[in-house]
Design a protein around this ligand. Structure first.
Ligand code: URA
Length: 291
């Protein structure tokens, strides 16, 4: 790694330290030698040139109080940051995250209780309801969207508006029901005017998403849209560069596809999304629904 990249990586790890999520990122980076499988290698080769933290990230640290704090590390973090590598499988065995960052006896109700009547970021000022997530807590498949819209904010449930209805149709086309899967978002409060969630909001809220995924431990995580994929994979690459590629994420298989709201605007992209969903179905052993 050249000096500039190393400096930026160190700045990012310092920022992640302040958030209390550094072992999560160090963990994936440190596993870079363990990747196998042609699909994940292909995905990595497509994106590995843009793994540096988003420009300016380290310049906007979220206050330590804003992020949930966890137990002190049982295993010391490596002294030297390993080369950053975003699409690297998490080790199925003991990882730094397992050792230091998992909240013992964590559960979805505990995560919801921890979020409380959240005021950690500015989104709380305009929200009606916190939209935590809905579905089967033991789901094999989790869909991760971006953030609640107007209907979700009013009802307190993710994906219940127009895009949500399309997502429900997609789920049913996979011969599943909404209640079979788990659905959540990167940020739990609606960004005003349906704008994209901002970096500080994502940094504040995403540790709760990580905990949700760690509790559910789904076989497959399906990221809906760029925000979700870029957050989980820590990349600034456009989604079209890795859409439909399998990647490993902390013991789950992760695939990114287009957001249903994008499909409402661009129905021509539906066949591509259906191909992605068919890949998910193959992994989960599902047959398409008979008409
Ligand atoms: N879009 C999202 O990303 N999430 C929702 O819950 C609704 C729309």
């Amino acid at each position: 790694m050249d000096n500039d990249k190393r400096a930026r990586t160190e700045a990012w790890l310092h920022y992640a330290d302040e958030l209390g999520i550094s072992p999560f990122y160090r963990d994936r980076a440190s596993q870079s030698g363990e990747q196998s499988g042609s699909e994940s290698s292909r995905a990595q080769s497509q994106v590995s040139t843009a793994v540096s933290p988003a420009p300016g990230r380290a310049a906007h640290p979220v206050s330590a109080a804003a992020a949930p704090r966890r137990a002190p590390a049982a295993v010391p973090a490596p002294k030297q940051p390993a080369p950053a590598a975003p699409f690297v499988p998490a080790s199925p065995g003991l990882s730094l995250f397992d050792a230091a960052e998992r909240v013992s006896n964590d559960s979805l109700p505990l995560i919801r209780e921890t979020i409380g009547d959240c005021t950690r970021c500015k989104l709380h000022t305009s929200r009606t309801n916190i939209v935590f997530g809905v579905g089967n807590p033991k789901a094999e498949l989790v869909f991760v969207g971006e953030g609640p819209g107007h209907d979700e904010d009013v009802q307190g449930e993710p994906f219940v508006g127009r895009a949500g209805k399309l997502l429900t149709q997609m789920i049913e086309a996979m011969s599943l029901r909404r209640e079979d899967v788990y659905i959540c978002n990167v940020v739990k409060c609606r960004p005003p005017e349906n704008r994209l969630p901002e970096r500080d909001e994502i940094a504040t809220c995403s540790p709760f998403l990580m905990r949700q995924l760690d509790v559910i431990r789904p076989k497959v995580i399906c990221c809906l849209g760029a925000c979700s994929a870029q957050t989980l994979l820590q990349t600034t690459q456009g989604i079209s560069r890795f859409r439909g590629e399998w990647m490993d994420f902390r013991g789950s298989k992760l695939i990114a596809t287009y957001h249903p709201a994008y499909l409402l605007r661009n129905p021509a992209a539906k066949p591509e999304v259906w191909k992605d969903l068919q890949k998910v179905m193959a992994v989960l052993g599902l047959q398409p629904k008979r008409k």
